[in-house]
Design a protein around this ligand. Structure first.
Ligand code: AMP
Length: 192
């Protein structure tokens, strides 16, 4: 993996561990020579993950919609800040630039971004690993809901299994490297 998109809150959240882990994730991406692609802002966990990478000489690319430049305050020390017009363009650009996604605690925006990438994956539009850094059980209830979707016949288990979950950054990154998309496997087994 050469580049990873991180989706996370534009707020810090109520526990210090969220910010600490965001910074640490940025640092570990830099140490592994993996480019950080993110929303380009200097607020909340978004700013923390960027700072972790920037301070450890990582490469960071922000993708920020023009109209959010003031509200989310663009980070001033990125290697590149790509300004786009719409939220849709933002997600498309981030997808183009990265080989996988890590989602950290966040709000509606974070979930929207992650679920859009999941829906693209289940349609086979990309084969990238999609991971949740489940800090302090933040996403436990969401993962129960996803199990509920499977139990009630709205989601295939194979698509549920696309989500890589861990509360440990190194484990998450190692599992992302090993990830095989269900589309890839189907294609492979079809070969004689
Ligand atoms: P939040 O998790 O609500 O704090 O938002 C985190 C990031 O998601 C922020 O940069 C938001 O601008 C971004 N965001 C919110 N809605 C969307 C959307 N529809 N498409 C792309 N990014 C979004």
């Amino acid at each position: 993996m050469k580049a990873i998109t991180v989706f996370c809150g534009s707020s810090f959240g109520s526990l210090k561990i969220y910010e600490d882990q965001a910074y640490l994730l940025g640092q570990k991406l830099a140490q592994r020579n993996i480019k950080l692609i993110y929303g380009g802002a200097n607020v909340g966990l978004m700013g923390a993950v960027a700072n972790g990478a920037v301070k450890n000489r990582g490469t960071v690319i922000g993708v920020l919609p023009n109209f959010l430049k003031e509200k989310e305050i663009a980070h001033e020390h990125l290697n590149e800040l790509i300004i786009v017009e719409t939220m849709h363009e933002r997600k498309t650009k981030m997808n183009e630039l990265s080989d996988g996604v890590i989602t950290m605690p966040g709000g509606f925006g974070t979930l929207e971004e992650f679920f859009e990438m999941l829906t693209w994956a289940q349609l086979g539009l990309h084969k990238k690993p999609l991971a949740i850094l489940n800090i302090d059980g933040f996403y436990d209830d969401l993962l129960h809901l996803v199990q509920n979707m499977v139990d009630n016949g709205f989601l295939k288990e194979v698509n549920q299994q696309m989500i890589i979950v861990s509360d440990n950054i190194d484990e998450l990154l190692n599992r992302m490297v090993l990830y095989k998309s269900p589309f890839e496997e189907k294609w492979v087994t079809k070969k004689p």
